[in-house]
Each structure stands twice: as C-alpha cells, then as structure tokens.
Design a protein. Sequence first.
Lengths: 280, 280, 414, 414
Amino acid sequence: MSRIPEAFADGPAFIPYLAVGDPDYESSIEYVEALERGGADVIELGLPFSEPIAEGPTIQNAVVRALEGGMTPTRFFEFVEELDVDVPLVCMTYYNLIYRYGGERAERPRAFVEKAAEVGLDGFVVPDLPAEEADPLREACDEFDLDLVFIVAPTTEGQRLERIMEQVSGYVYVQARLGVTGARSDVSTQTDESLGRLSDWDVPKAVGFGIKTGEHAERIVAGGADGIIVGSALVDIVAEGHENGDSAEAVADRLEQKARELSEGAEKGFAQRTPHPERT
Amino acid sequence: MSRIPEAFADGPAFIPYLAVGDPDYESSIEYVEALERGGADVIELGLPFSEPIAEGPTIQNAVVRALEGGMTPTRFFEFVEELDVDVPLVCMTYYNLIYRYGGERAERPRAFVEKAAEVGLDGFVVPDLPAEEADPLREACDEFDLDLVFIVAPTTEGQRLERIMEQVSGYVYVQARLGVTGARSDVSTQTDESLGRLSDWDVPKAVGFGIKTGEHAERIVAGGADGIIVGSALVDIVAEGHENGDSAEAVADRLEQKARELSEGAEKGFAQRTPHPERT
Amino acid sequence: MSTSDGKFGRYGGQYVPEALMPAIEELEDAYERYVLNNEDGFMDEFRQRLRDFGGRPTPTQYAERLSERYDRDVYMKREDLLHGGAHKLNNALGQVLLAKYMGKERIIAETGAGQHGTATAMACAHLDFDCEVYMGERDINRQRPNVFRMKINGAEVNPVTVGRGTLKEAISETMRDWATNVEDTHYVIGSVVGPHPFPAMVRDFQSVISEEAREQMREQAGTLPDSVLACAGGGSNTMGAFAEFVDDDGVDLYAVEAGGSSLSVDEEKGVAPNSASLSTGGEGVLHGARTKLLQDYDGQIMESHSVSSGLDYAGVGPELAYLVDENRATPVNVDDDAALEAFHRLSRMEGVIPALETAHAFAYLENNHEDLGDTVLVNVSGRGDKDLESVIEETEKRGIENAPDMSMFSGGLR
Amino acid sequence: MSTSDGKFGRYGGQYVPEALMPAIEELEDAYERYVLNNEDGFMDEFRQRLRDFGGRPTPTQYAERLSERYDRDVYMKREDLLHGGAHKLNNALGQVLLAKYMGKERIIAETGAGQHGTATAMACAHLDFDCEVYMGERDINRQRPNVFRMKINGAEVNPVTVGRGTLKEAISETMRDWATNVEDTHYVIGSVVGPHPFPAMVRDFQSVISEEAREQMREQAGTLPDSVLACAGGGSNTMGAFAEFVDDDGVDLYAVEAGGSSLSVDEEKGVAPNSASLSTGGEGVLHGARTKLLQDYDGQIMESHSVSSGLDYAGVGPELAYLVDENRATPVNVDDDAALEAFHRLSRMEGVIPALETAHAFAYLENNHEDLGDTVLVNVSGRGDKDLESVIEETEKRGIENAPDMSMFSGGLR
Ligand SMILES: Cc1ncc(COP(=O)(O)O)c(C=O)c1O
Ligand SMILES: Cc1ncc(COP(=O)(O)O)c(C=O)c1O
C-alpha cells in the first residue's frame, strides 16, 4: 500500500534521488538515511541500469560506480529491506530491469512489482516507459497497490497529457526543462508553463531536472509545485566524497546538510504562495 | 663514311659497349680506349637517356651514374671527338635524345646525325626505334653515310624481319634472348634459331644480350655469329671499380683484360667453324 | 508486416523518455505522410537522389568463382558500390531528406564502424544540413579514416567516453542529445533499431536492396534465389535484403550474426564475446524497442564483441527478432576467424574486398553452402576499405591461413 | 579520330624495343577483332561485366550547391562510384578480359597512385589471372592502402627503386618485364599512353564515360553541356570524358593538368614542379609514343610533381596532344593549393569526397566558371579515400583555409 499521498499531505514534498550502491552498498545505506534526516519526504532510489539513456553525466557516472560496486536488482531489494527510513520509497529504474526480473519463467513484469511490494517500496519511476507501453506494469502496480509515477516533459501536450493522466499515480514528475538529468545553475522558465498545463490534475506535481540549491527549490515551490525532485546535486556530493576519499560519515553529513537546505528552501517557497493554499 | 663493314672483314667482330660518362667523363675516356687495346673491333658508345626502357639494372645504374656525372648529348659529342681510338664507333641511345637534339628550331632528326658524322661516329643503334618509325632517321643516315643498326629479337618473324632487312645497315644486332640487357651465366639457345632465320641476310650478324665470358663468345661465334656484343659484363667492371674506389687505371686494365678474353674467345670460336668460312 | 501499431508481434514499441515522445509522434506522422503515402513526392525525390547521388541501382552480380567453388549459383547484391561504400546511405539519405521535409535544422546520428556516420555526413553535406555524429572513443580509434571522412564532409564528431566507448554507448548518448534538442533536431538512427517508427522506416528505406535484387534475379537468373544471406548487426542491410522476399515462401532468409570468439558469455563481467543477439539473446527492452538482446540474468546489457565494429551491438532490429520467432528467418552465426578468412577469400577470388561485416555472410556460405539450395543471393553490404587496418592486425594476430603475405604491413598501413 | 595507322596527327606511333613489336602487333590485331569488331561478342561481355562487376552505368548528378555557387548548371559524372573507386576499372577490366580472349596467362601493370594497380588487381581476381604490379617505391610509401588492397586481391606488388620511384620509372620497369615475358604476358597499361594500339584502345574502353554522360545530359538537362572538364594525368579519364563529345562542336573540352607548385622548371636538376605536359611540354618520344613531354633542352625526361600521385607523370596521351594542337581541347592547369581547396569544397558542399586528381577539375571550375557556359559537366574521375593521408599532411603544411579542423589527425590517421 503506497504511502506516497501522505508525503504530499502537509506541505511541499522534498524528493531526493540517489543511485543505490553508489559508490558501495554500505555507504549508500548511510547516505539514504542521511537524506531522511535532512528532511526527505519521499526518496527516489535509483536501481542502476547499464544504459541510462535519460541521465546526464553525473548520474551516468553514479550508475557506473554502483554497477562496479556490484549492485544488482537482488541486492537492491536487500538494500531496501535493510534501510531504516520511514518515508515512502520510489524505485527509479529502466524498464528492462523490471521486465527481466525473476528469470525466463517469471511472470513479467509482475514478479518485480511483487518483490518491490514485499520489501516495502511504494512506487516506480521508469524514464523509458511512456504511458503507451505501461499497461502491464500499471496492472501489476494496481494489483500490489503501488504507485506508478510518470514524467511530463516540456514537450508533452494535448493527447499525450491525457494518456499520462490516465496512467499516473503517486505524483507526476514535471521535467523542468528538455534534456537529461543534471544540476544547473539556472532554473528553467519552462517549469511554470508545464505546471500551468497540469493545473487541473488531481495528482501532486513534483518538479525535477536541474534543481541544485535551496533557492531553486524555493522559487519552484513558490511557483506552485507540490514537490521538488533533486538528484544530480546530491549525487555530486557522493562523487566528490568518493574522489577525495572522504569517510562515508562526512559525506553523509554533507548530504544531510544539502537535503536540509533544499527542504527548507521548499518550505520557504511554500510560505510565499498567495493565496496560501490550504493544507489538506 | 661508315667504317663498320671493315670491322667484320677479317674474322669475327668483338663489339663492346660502355655508357659514356660512367662514372665520369675522364675515366670513361680511358675505359673506352682500354677496350680498343683489348681487341674491340667496333665500340658501342651509350649516350645515356633518363628512361632506358630496354636496359637491365646493370646498365640502368650506369646511366644514372653517367647522368649524375653531367653527361649530355653535347658532352657526348665532345667525348667522341676527344677519343683516341681507331675502330668504328656506334652511338647507342634512345630516340628522344636524337629527336630533340639542336633545340626547337633544328631539323629533326637530321641535326643529330649531322653532328654525329662530324665528330666521327659511324652509326647508331636505337633500341626504342622499330623499323616502322625509322624512316626519318634512315634518311638522315643515308645523307651522311652512317649506318643504322637494328635489333632482331627472338620474337621477330615473318614480315617484321623483312621490314628490318630493308632498313638495316652496318650489322644486325641479334638479341640472344628475350628481356633486357644484363650479363647471364648461361647463353640462350634462342641464338641459334635467330641466326638461322637471318642466314640469307647479307649484313653481318652480331649477337648480344647476356654474353659474359670468353667461353660464351667462343660458343656463339662457333655457332655462326659474325660478331658478339658485350655490354653488362663490362659495365659490371666499371661499377665494381666505382664502388670500391679503384683508380681509373686499375679499372681500365681490368676492362682491357676482359675485352681480350672476349675477343680471343670469339677468335677461338671462329677457328672451330667447319667448313671454315673464307675470310673475305 | 504492417506496423501501424509500431509492433512486430511482441517486439518493437516506443520505449523512450517522455521528452522524446512528441518528436517520435511527429516522426510517425511524417513517416506515414511522406514515406508511406509519398506526400509532396517525397519518395520520388528520394529515389531520384538515391540514383543520382547514391549510384542506384547497384548491380546483382553472378559470382563466377564462388559459384564454381560451391557448385551452385551464387549472386552478390553489390551495396558496396553505393556512394560511401555501404548500404548505409539508403537510410541516411532517406532520413536526412525526411528531416528536410519536416523542417528540421540539425541532424544528429550515432555511429559504430563509422559507416552510418559517414553516410549521414555525406547526406548532410548533400542536403546542406548541420550534422553532429556521436561515436564511442574506442571506435574513433578503430575507425580513424571514417572519422576523418565525416569531418571532411563537414560533420562534427563527438567522442563518447562512457562505458566501453562503442556503438551502444554512442546510441545512448545520441538519444540524450535528442532529448535535449528535440525541437529542431532529427536523430538519424543507423539501423532498423530504436523506437517505432524507426525500425519500419529504416527497413522501408533499405528495402530498395531487395526490390532491385528480386527484379535482377528474375532477369539474370530467371528465378528467385533459394536463399538470401545477409549479415546482421542492427539488421538494416538484413531487413533491406529480406524485405521483398518475405512473402516469397520458397526463399529462405539467413541472418548471419557475429559469433565473435565464442557464443558463451561472461555473466560476471557482463561481457559477451560475440554479437549474436538473435541466436543467443533474450527478450528485453533497449534503445526504445522490445527486441532480442545480449543481457545478463538481471537484464543488464552486455558488452558485445566482434572483429567488425559494425556488427558489434548487443541488440537487433525488432522485426528481425519477430521473423526469427515466426521461423521466417533463420539466425546463424560465424566466428571472427571465419569472417577474416572469408574476407580474404572473396577479395582474392572475386576481386571484391568486402567489409568485415559483409564477410560474415560469405563465411556462412563457405561453411554451409550445401544447405542453401541451387541459387544463393548474398548481400554485399559494404566495401572493406574502412577495415584495412583491422584486417592487418587481426590477420596477423590470428594467423589466418588464406591471407596473402602482408609482412610489409605489420604494424599498420603507415 | 581514326587510328588505323596508330597516329593522331603527328603524335602516337610505336616506339618500343623490337622484342615487343610482335606482341604489339598481336595486340593490334586483337584490338581490331575484339574491340572494334566485337568478335566472339567481346564487347558485349565487356559491357556486361562493367555493369555487373563494375557497377555501370554511373550516374550523372546535378550538383545543387555548386550550381548555386557558380550560378550555372553543374553536373558531375560520378566515376568515383565505379568499383575500386575510380574510372580506372573501365580500362583494366577491358584489357584483362582482352588478355583472356588472347589466351595470355599473366598480367603485369604499372601504377602511380595505385588506382590503376588496384583496378587491375581486382579485374585479375575477377577473371582469375595472375597479376604483378610495378610501383615506384616512393609511391608505395605514399599510397599504402592501395598497395594493401592489391595484395588482398592477390596481386604481387613489385617495388621499383630506380630514379625517384614514381610512375615514370614504374612504366619503364613494366616494359622491361614485358620485353622479357612477352609470350604469355599482357601489359595492362593504365592510361591512354604507350605505343599504339594502347592509346586508342584505352580511350575506347574509357569512352563509356562520355557515352553515358552524353545520354544522361540529354535526358536530365535536356541539352549537351557547354563545357566538359576532366583532370589530365596520362589522360584516360580525360579522353573517356571527351571522346563522345569530340564531334559536338558546341561542347568545349578542358583538360585540367596539375600545375603543381609552379609552372616553371629546374633544368639543372631535371625537375618540373608540375605535371602540365599539355600546357608546357614539348614534343618528344616516351614510353612508346610521340607526344608532349616534360623534358629538358636535350630531351631528358623531367621528374614531374603534383600533390596528386595520379597526375604525377611527365607525359600525356598522344590523342590529347593532338586535340590540343587542333584546338579541339583546351589545356589548362591549377596548382596544388587550389586542388586541395577544391577537395575540401566539394567534400563539404556536395558530400562527395573526390580524389586529389579529380579535385583539379573542380579547382578550375572554381576559378574560371564564368567562361564555361551555362551548363558544365565535370568528370569525377575517382573518390578521395586513397588520399586521406596526403590531405591531412598537405592541408596542414599549406594552411588550406577552407579545411575543417583536423588537429586530431595531425601526424596522420593512426
Ligand atoms: C558494411 C556494413 N554492413 C553491415 C553493417 C551492420 O549494420 P546492419 O546490421 O544495420 O546492416 C554495417 C554497420 O556499420 C556496415 O557498415
Ligand atoms: C582518380 C584518378 N583520376 C585521374 C587519374 C589520372 O589518370 P588519367 O589522366 O589517365 O585519367 C588517376 C590516376 O591514377 C586517378 O586515380
């Protein structure tokens, strides 16, 4: 049973992302837990796939580190089970790993979803699975009461929006600008437009792609977003710590701090909204 | 007025060849004179051309040395004038040098022949000038009473033989085997055949291509040749002397010796002929 | 095979990031209008440019000495004579022209061996387009002449350094560029792979191969071939050579894959020493389509391997996967050594120096000619000029026996 | 131009060693029977092999961007698409096939750029002949990929070390081999040079170029060209491109020679820094024919020079010399730099990478298009793949301005 709706229930949701197993299993546990301490409302856990076609260099490199560190779907599920966090968890991965899970004789993609539900995941984001191809996964998610998050891009319009609306649950991932993931020093103006197009959707709107600072977070939430998704800015911290040979604790501290900056930014933005939306 | 017929008048003619100016003008004079001392009856003087298509590597290299030593048609004629020998001299060269002599306004190829007559040459061998293309040169030769020697190859037959017979004077150069010039350790059996085909020609038959030793010379003359032409075996001596840095005198001595071996070989061969042909 | 839903049986589809979906839909629309319905005379212009710029038709040649060797009639469809030296131009020219009809301003492409990249660069120069080509760094080093040709034709070549730096990574990277610049940019994909409509569209552009060959066989041999052989990497020359024969039940279709050094895989390292996805791969989703893939138990894509860069890809076109499942096409494979031997054999016996990719098809012919019927058609997908350096290196390394003495070249061409 | 006497006005003839004369007469006879009179269907077989093995007809392409640039209609005859990558195969295939009809067993050839050598090697592999190719040592080093291609096709490549080691020396050496093995060997000469019947015969084999182009121009342009441009080394692509237009008075014929670095000569060293024998040469006799030659005052043949090995020859076909004397063809020339610029221009603007030889014709077009009439036909005698190394080196050395950034290649392709 997905716990995602709760995360948006009171105030803006801060949704950090990390690649699981980057740079190793143990550190990764600490990092994810640090995010929660820093104020995460939902956590996106990246299950690394060898061909991450939607990711920029930052996350590509994280994926390489995680794969080299031995991360696999099986280990990923162990990881989720072992995690000591209390917020909803979303598995972000590419369709082939979901589809292949359980070997040739498994029922696909149900086997993966079943296992995900078992270990306590709340939903999925699958960047290479557009609404048109999502029926089988959607059905399995319904069976196990998990959410299936979809991305809406700046280019998504008309019929496509409707198709996504029909399929989406948990939240909609509003892609702030064209391109691939990666932290930017500016925040795109495409965001407002996108949020506008989705204004009548009754699913929370979380904005991602390029958010890097508390200030970005503030502006985006002030602009009407129900949540912010931050990946590369956090993965950068992991990468830097890895390169410098810093201790996992030190890195975890920095992640916690960054998470706090971002979640507080989101809160500030929320406070600025006029008319102040009611907390439901 | 050509002196060539005399050379064949009493006994077999020994006809050595050297590239004029190989490796330099002065030495070359000494070498040619040494050939006469060694018994030459006629001397073929090679005027070096940049594209000696009928020559093997030995004479090609001699040509390169001579050209690098500054040999030109003008120097060649000076050379002939300066030579102190008493035997008939045949200029062996390629047609382009004959044709181009005297510059654009000269009467071609008459200018070259005129000059040749003037310096005392007796005839020409032009390996890239078949009988079909020889009329202009033939006419000039007739005008100045010089001989025009033609080559008969092992492949020359029928009509071609006749065309050559009409054009040839001085002697006919019987090519002992197919290919290019060069000393060989065997003497071709093609020679007898060729001599056979020419038996009724009333011009002396000199055999060349590959003759290297007195023994070769002996066998060829015994087989019916009226003369032998030897080039590469002599050029080899020049080349070797040049490479070893030997004095021109030493090289000249060796040339004289080799010439003697060859001319004596020819005499011996002549002596073996039965019925002993009458000396005319 | 109708593809109105973008599926070939269970294969195909459109597994791409949402940002690309509108572009894909736009392309689908353009494909239907211009390619399928010849709107604005698109197909007429395409055929004319293929003729005048590309040099079509290419001949179907009776291979005299191979026919003698195998005691059956062997014909070769000579795509090596197409401008650029491979079948790749059929597709590249079609897509770049389509981009012009669609009002796009910029072309991007991925390339492995460099053949698709050079074909695209040539088409872009011809049609006055800006062009950027993504190419794995390792392939850049393996195929320098092709890199240079692209530059000479005015294209930018962007090295891809992620992963092993081969075709797989280059495709991923090109998709990322496309996702970023989707509004003015068309992605000219290089084979019958990727999301719908690419597999169908690339097949349609390439099917001129079998269209001509079928007609030429009728004229020259008086019969259709008993079997058609084509190498298969992504499968574009393969589908091009098969397309018009698919409905001819008497014609057997053989897709010859790169068996590399061995058909086994190293799951631990995620490496397959081959590129035989049709023969040994499992169903999965990669680069926008469901198809057969070289992947490990978990679904991670394997690094493939082949002596020929152009076959060195872990996936394959979904339609080919479908034809194989339907038993309409037979997947076979030959190893690196056999391909090199075939390279030397064809060069020596027929005076046609094939691409190493192409050589795979001839290697299969060598080993299995007895099963191929009286009349065999082999698609010569490209010429081998691009492979000379590899051939020197690999021939020496492997001690290929039917090779000429190449000692003066050990160490390479320079 | 009738050639029954082997003469073109004052040019031509048969200036060869006596040993070769019978072979030349035999060849003359075979030329008349098989080529001129199609005995035993020789010409039919030749045409069919040109089609199936060679890829004929090659297109005549409207060059859109050049036409725009020069504000007139520019057409390109695409001999670069012929098998092997140059017009050379037209001749090589014709002669090797003729050798087969004549019952010869062995083929020899000379080569400069290596294009004629590769064409001959391919034709020999195709027709199952032993083949030896003589090539200057210097050219071997300049054109390694072509050397390798010949070997791959089964030919022996014999290095010629005399002199400067270029085409002139290679021809002389091949004549020596022929004089030695004349009975079973045919010498496949690579251009419209040498003793009769070679110049006429090679022209006849190459005239398929203008035969097709004339027809294609009529069809596509609806008119004959006002001028025809072809580069001229020995002049085989030139005569091939001119032959069928010679009787069309309205068609101007331009033979574009290699101006090298300068038209002046160094008599002292016997070196001409160009290969412009039609433009600057004098009458003389070389390699079996009377023609225009680069020679010094005495008649010694000069070393020619050009950035393109294929034009690097001191002589030229006698028929071309004749057409120039008769004012039927105009000899012009462009220098090395202009040729390199044209190489880059054509590659960039039309997506056709020309041979450096071919680039000379386009350089002349660039500089003189205003004098060439409304419709210009340029013969693309070959493709530039063989020249990539030279282009890198020479572009850098000369600082050619319209070249792409090639810094990653400085030092060569590997
Ligand atoms: C000559 C040639 N043949 C075949 C291929 C393989 O591609 P496909 O399987 O799409 O035909 C390539 C790819 O570069 C190629 O260059
Ligand atoms: C492409 C190309 N064009 C032209 C030439 C020059 O030869 P010709 O003048 O005989 O056409 C060559 C010679 O190698 C060549 O390769």
